[in-house]
Every structure is written in structure tokens, then in C-alpha cells.
Write a protein that binds this ligand. Structure first.
Ligand code: AMP
Ligand code: ZN
Length: 481
């Protein structure tokens, strides 16, 4: 692949607070790390946001650089006090809980159309690498051991706070930092902590214990993507302290200037205008929605309709609208017949769609372009093919219609396109007669009956062609033949 004809991608970099031209370190291997879930329960609807956002970016990168040239790593945090608490309360083992939750997560994220990342490391498989990194930090004076803990010495890293634009002294003044006797400074954060006999633990130079959360991502990213890679992503809630701490650990241990070139953060999801919370009763999981019969594609569509850097509101109204739009689009694209349907696989993704996504993942604009295509698709097979290609690119099924009020009547006809033929013949015969009699009233009458039933009528020298539109109602054709 040559450099010259690559789509120019622009991404907003949290680190510089600017939209920047994306230049991979190595175009042969574009590398992205996204912080994954802590696995102790079903993913809530908010957890699906980074998954869908970075899945879209992954698809775009694969499109531009080639499928084999993008490495996407998303971890599973399978050691955490919330997991221990769940195990204790349910009487099950930690392993059972994490395995079950990982399987649920993969199932639910597949249901909303997300590709699996290239690698999905589990924190507990990288304990040795974490210990090694902590040892390097201690050796360089960036960390210290105290009372079975290892702590990162925040003041030893002068760039601490740069990502989130915070000043260490302000943080101390305003923060709820834990003041523990073993800390040299209240800002220092835990790299390793001791485990009691009933907690999961690994032998380490500081005694039996377990890692702090932040060190996981630094160790896994280094092991799988190297010391410096292209893109690091996650939800905005992770910007501070999690990502700030990842940067401090990685840069100090690896002796590098930066950990990732571009830092990306998706804004948070709310429900009906309110922060999702169990106490407000507006907390639900992806699985809850799927079980209520909300198709994964509707969830995906609603998410894509808001730009990832804007807060997103999940509402019943948006769900309904998404369902209507997708039903309409699918009715159009699934009506493509043989040759046209086959050409979908060979047609490139429309430039307007790629350009929208390449502009800092403007998914809302991409969907607006698809609405335009859908409008044109009623008269143009070409537009309909482009709509189908765009849907396929965003992992929305285009080749079969949805069962719905109008969808089912549409299906009766679509299942057998030959059913439209008698109407085509009727109109064509009447037109032929009218050519000699010069009386077109019957032709006009039939044509308007066909149109008002929701059919599209194309009359040319070659003959008459009918097509269904989403408004098609076959009952209106009764008595016409
Ligand atoms: P957690 O399992 O809580 O560590 O979260 C996994 C991922 O989901 C992280 O990237 C979080 O930033 C993200 N996340 C959690 N809650 C929300 C929310 N309400 N909206 C958007 N992203 C979220
Ligand atoms: Zn992380």
C-alpha cells in the first residue's frame, strides 16, 4: 500500500486538546489499547459506549491501513476487590465469577456488533510483568516499598497531571486522597498491596499481595504493544487518575517521553437525562435491553448517532426512532435483487462515509449521509447499493428486512418478487393499447393506484418496472387485476 492514497484521519487528542492529523508510528502495525472491563457483573449500557466507539475506530483503521495491519488490545481486569466481594457474597470462586463474566461480556458486545479486539489479555496472566515494572520503578527512584505495599512517588514525575491538565498541588488541595501511614506523600498511588490469606495473592519482593489497578494496563500494553504505541482509549472517567497513573508508570519505567501518541476519551452515557444509578432505578445492562427485544443493531445505531465526545443520553424516544429508521433502511436494501445485491460486496464504502468517520469519528455525520442515501434509494438503485455498503461497514445487516407492521406485508411480496409481475404486465399492456388509441386515462388510473399502494413505478421504452417502498400496502392493490 502506498502512503499517498491513504485516507487522512484526524483524531482529537486529549493530551494536546486538539484535533490532529493521525500519523501511525508504523503503518504496517497500527497499535491501539483500550481499557476494558472489571469482570464481576453484566456490562451495563454505559460500558458498551467505549466498546462501540473504539470498534468503529478499529474498523476505520482496518479500512485505511488493512486488516492485518492493526493491533487492538483490550484487557480484562480480573483481579479487583469488587470481584473478591462478589465471590465472598455468592460463595463462588473468583475464577468462576471472572470466567462467567468474561463470557457474558463477549456475548453482549458481539450482540451490539463489536468485533473482538486482536488481543484480550487478562490481568492475572501478566503479574510477572507487573512485578518487573514495579521493580524497575523502585530501582529508578520513582517508587518505594512500605509495609507490604509498593507506591509510586508522584512528585518524582514532573509531567504528572499533564494529560488531565491538573496541577499536583491543586489536586491535593481539592482531592479526596487517601492518607495512609505508609505513604510518603498523600498523592502517591498503590502499585502493589498486601493480600490477606483469604484474598487472591501472588508472591512478590514485597510479600504476598496483588497489583494496584493502574499497573495492569501499563504492563499489558508494554507486553503486547511495546513501550510507545499509537492510540490509547477509554471512558472519560478514566482520564484521571487511571490514565494519568498509567502514563507516569510507563514513562518512568520505560524511560520514554510518552506512552501513547494519541489519547482518546469517550464521554459518558446517561439515561433519560440522568446519571445512571441503581438508586434512581434507571440502571440497566445490555442484556436487559436485548431480553426486552431491543435488537443489538438498535443499541448500536443509537450510540452512533451521538458523537463520542458528547455526553450521550439513552432515551426511549431514540430507541424507537432508531428502530423505525433501521426498519426502513432494511426494507430498501433487502429489496435489491440478484445482480444489485451481489454488487454490494464489490462496491467501495462511499467516500462521504469514510470521510465523516475519518474526521474524529463523526458517526453522527456518517448516519446523516446514510439518511440522504436512503432518501435517494427510493429512486436510485445506485444509492440503495451505497446505503447497503455503508450499513455493512457499520455492521448493520442489510440483506434481510425486519418483521414489523409494514415489514411483514412487504415480505410477502419480497419473498417472491414475481408477484409484482402481473401488475407490471397490466400497466405495460394498457400503455401499449393507449399508444394507438391515444387515450391514456386508463394508464393514468392504474399508475396512480400503484403509486398510492406504495409502489414505485418506472416506465421507460424498455418496459414497466415496479418496486416496493417502505410505505407499500398490498391490500390497496386488491381488485386491480
Ligand atoms: P469499568 O468496568 O467500570 O472499569 O468500565 C469499563 C469501561 O466502561 C471504561 O472504559 C469506562 O470508562 C466505561 N464506562 C463506564 N461507565 C460509563 C458510562 N456511564 N458511559 C460511558 N462509558 C462508561
Ligand atoms: Zn487502563
Amino acid at each position: 500500500m502506498t502512503e499517498t492514497n491513504k485516507t487522512a484521519i484526524k483524531l482529537y487528542n486529549t493530551k494536546t486538546r486538539k484535533k490532529e492529523a493521525f500519523e501511525p508510528i508504523d503503518a504496517e502495525n497500527v497499535r491501539m489499547y483500550v481499557c476494558g472491563p472489571t469482570v464481576y457483573d453484566r456490562a451495563h449500557i454505559g460500558n458498551a459506549r467505549p466498546v462501540i466507539v473504539f470498534d468503529t475506530l478499529y474498523r476505520l483503521l482496518r479500512h485505511v491501513y488493512g486488516e492485518e495491519h492493526v493491533t487492538y488490545v483490550r484487557n480484562f481486569t480480573d483481579v479487583d476487590d469488587k470481584i473478591n466481594a462478589k465471590a465472598a457474597e455468592s460463595g463462588r470462586t473468583i475464577g468462576e465469577i471472572t470466567e462467567e463474566t468474561i463470557a457474558w461480556y463477549l456475548e453482549d458486545m458481539a450482540a451490539v456488533g463489536a468485533l473482538e479486539p486482536t488481543k484480550m489479555p487478562r490481568a492475572t496472566n501478566y503479574i510477572a510483568q507487573m512485578i518487573e515494572m514495579i521493580e524497575a520503578l523502585i530501582a529508578k527512584g520513582h517508587a518505594y516499598a512500605a509495609e507490604g505495599h509498593a507506591l509510586f512517588r508522584v512528585r518524582s514525575y514532573e509531567k504528572y497531571g499533564v494529560l488531565s491538565g491538573r496541577d499536583v498541588d491543586d489536586m491535593i488541595a481539592g482531592a479526596r486522597v487517601e492518607v495512609a501511614p505508609y505513604k510518603e506523600d498523600p498523592m502517591d498511588f498503590v502499585l502493589w498491596k498486601p493480600s490477606s490469606d483469604d484474598q487472591p495473592g501472588w508472591e512478590s519482593p514485597w510479600g504476598r499481595g496483588r497489583p494496584g489497578w493502574h499497573i495492569e494496563c501499563s504492563a499489558m500494553a508494554k507486553a503486547l504493544l511495546g513501550d510507545v504505541f499509537d492510540i490509547h482509549g477509554g471512558g472519560l472517567d478514566l482520564q484521571f487518575p487511571h490514565h494519568e497513573d498509567e502514563i507516569a508508570q510507563s514513562c518512568c519505567a520505560n524511560g520514554t517521553d510518552e506512552m501513547a501518541k494519541v489519547w482518546m476519551h469517550n464521554e459518558m452515557l446517561q439515561v433519560e437525562g440522568k446519571k445512571m444509578s441503581k438508586s434512581l432505578g434507571n440502571f440497566f445492562t445490555v442484556r436487559d435491553l436485548l431480553e426486552q427485544g431491543v435488537p443489538g443493531e438498535v443499541i448500536r445505531f443509537v450510540f452512533l448517532s451521538t458523537h463520542y465526545r458528547k455526553p450521550m443520553d439513552w432515551t426511549e424516544k431514540k430507541r424507537e426512532e432508531a428502530e423505525k429508521t433501521l426498519t426502513k433502511w432494511k426494507a430498501l436494501t433487502s429489496a435489491l435483487y440478484d445482480g444489485a445485491a451481489r454488487s454490494v460486496a464489490k462496491t467501495p464504502v462511499p467516500t462521504v462515509i469514510i470521510e465523516a468517520l475519518a474526521d474524529d469519528l463523526n458517526t453522527a455525520l456518517a448516519l446523516a449521509e446514510m439518511h440522504k442515501l436512503a432518501k435517494d434509494a427510493k429512486h436510485s438503485e445506485e444509492a440503495c447499493i451505497q446505503l447497503a455498503v455503508s450499513m455493512a461497514f457499520l455492521e448493520i445487516e442489510w440483506s434481510s428486512p425486519w418483521q414489523s407492521n409494514f415489514g411483514s406485508s412487504l415480505e410477502k411480496i419480497l419473498g417472491d418478487p414475481a408477484q409484482l409481475e402481473p401488475y407490471e404486465r397490466l400497466l405495460s399492456d394498457e400503455r401499449e393499447k393507449a399508444m394507438t388509441t391515444k387515450d391514456f386515462s386508463k394508464v393514468d388510473q392504474i399508475k396512480s393506484a400503484l403509486l398510492s399502494s406504495g409502489l414505485e413505478v418506472r416506465m421507460s421504452k424498455a418496459g414497466v418496472e415496479l418496486d416496493v417502498t417502505p410505505d407499500f400496502d398490498p391490500s390497496k392493490l386488491e381488485g386491480l387485476l
